[in-house]
Design a protein around this ligand. Sequence first.
Ligand SMILES: NC(=O)c1ccc[n+]([C@@H]2O[C@H](COP(=O)([O-])OP(=O)(O)OC[C@H]3O[C@@H](n4cnc5c(N)ncnc54)[C@H](O)[C@@H]3O)[C@@H](O)[C@H]2O)c1
Ligand SMILES: [Zn+2]
Ligand SMILES: [Zn+2]
Length: 359
Amino acid sequence: MKAAIFHGPHQDLTIEEIELEKPAAHEIVVKTAATGVCHSDLHFVEGLYPYQAPAVLGHEAAGIVEEVGEQVDYVKPGDHVIACLSVFCGSCDYCLEGRPNLCQDKPGRAAKQRPFAKWNGSDVSQFANISSYAEKMLLHENAVVKIDKSLPLDKMALIGCGVITGAGAAMYTAKMEPGSSVAVFGCGGVGLAAIQGARIAGARQIIAVDMLESKLAYAKDLGATHVVDASGGDPVQKIRDLTGLGVEYSFEAIGNKQAAEQAYACLAPGGTATIVGMVPVGQTVEVEGRTLLSEKKLQGSSMGSNRFRRDMPRLVDFYLQGRLKLDEMVTRTGKLEDINEAFRAMKAGEVARTVLIPD
Ligand SMILES: NC(=O)c1ccc[n+]([C@@H]2O[C@H](COP(=O)([O-])OP(=O)(O)OC[C@H]3O[C@@H](n4cnc5c(N)ncnc54)[C@H](O)[C@@H]3O)[C@@H](O)[C@H]2O)c1
Ligand SMILES: [Zn+2]
Ligand SMILES: [Zn+2]
C-alpha cells in the first residue's frame, strides 16, 4: 500500500509502497478514508520534536474497517470509525480514574516501540499509534470509535485530533462555566475548535487572537465575539482593553513560548490558562512568581482531556445539530501526494485545515 514516508527533519515526505504487518489479536486494519493535516506532524518535520525515521506520520483520521484480529469484538469489517491517538489500556490507574487520555500502558505499536510496516525490508515506525498518511492504518481496537455510516468521513477525520483537542480543552480540561470570558491564541484547526467548544459551552465573550486577518475571519464565522490581531504587537493589553481585568479562561493553540506566556498574562485574577500547543522541546514557559498570589493557574492539555468513545459521538451530535461547524473548517482537500504542499500551506497560514483523501 502507498504511504508518505518521513525520512527525518527538514526533508520532504516521499510516497512509497510499504507492507503493513498482519493485525495482532486486538488490532484492526482500517482503510484511511480521510486524514486531516495537523500542526503536530509539522513540528516533527521541522525537527522541533524528535522522531525515529523512517516513519509514517499522520494522526487525524477516519476510515472503514477492513480486517480485524481474532479477539476483536468492538468492530467488524465494514464499520466506519474515527481514530484517536489516545489509545487506552482500560486497566491502568489513569484509565480506571476516568482519564484514559493519560493512559500509562498504551497498547499501540508506537507506544510499545514495535514497527507496524516494512519498507524495502526495513522496519517502519508508527507515529502516535496511528500513522494515517497511508492508504491503510494498523490500529489497536481501543484507538477507534464507531460512527454511523451516513456521516461524511472527511469531516469526521477532523474530530480525531484537532476538534477533540480544541473543543475538549474548553469543555473538559478547563471545564469552563457558561457566561465565561475566553481568549484563544492561534486560530488554526485546534484554536478554531477551542473557539467552537467555548461557544458550545456557553462563553459570553470569546476573543480570538492570531497574526493573520484571514484566520481572524474564520474565527468570527465560528463563534469569536471579538478579534485581536497580534501582528500589531503584544495582544495582552488589547485583551485587557476589551475585558477590564482580563479573561477567565485562555487557551494557547500555537506551540509558541511567548504566546503561552501571553495566555497566562491576559488572565483575570483566578483565571486559568490552558496550553494546548506543543511548545518546542527544551523551551520553558515562564510566569512571574508574584502573579500566582492572585490564584492564576497554568495547565496543559492532552487531546482535550478526552474520553473519546464517549466524547466523539457527542461532537458528532453537535455537528448534526449545526452547533459544531466542520464543513467550514475543511478549507482544502488533496491526495496523499499533496502532503508536503499541505504543510507549506499550513505554515503560510492559507488554510484552516487541509484534508487528504488517499485514492
Ligand atoms: N495538546 C495536544 O494534545 C495537541 C493536539 C493537537 C495539536 N496540538 C498542537 O496545537 C497547536 C496548534 O495546531 P494547529 O493544527 O491548529 O496549527 P495551525 O498551524 O493550523 O494553527 C496555528 C495558528 O497560530 C497562528 N499563530 C502563529 N504564531 C502566532 C502568534 N505568535 N500569535 C498568534 N497567533 C499565531 C497561525 O497564524 C495559525 O493560524 C500545535 O502546536 C499542535 O502541535 C496539541
Ligand atoms: Zn493533531
Ligand atoms: Zn491505561
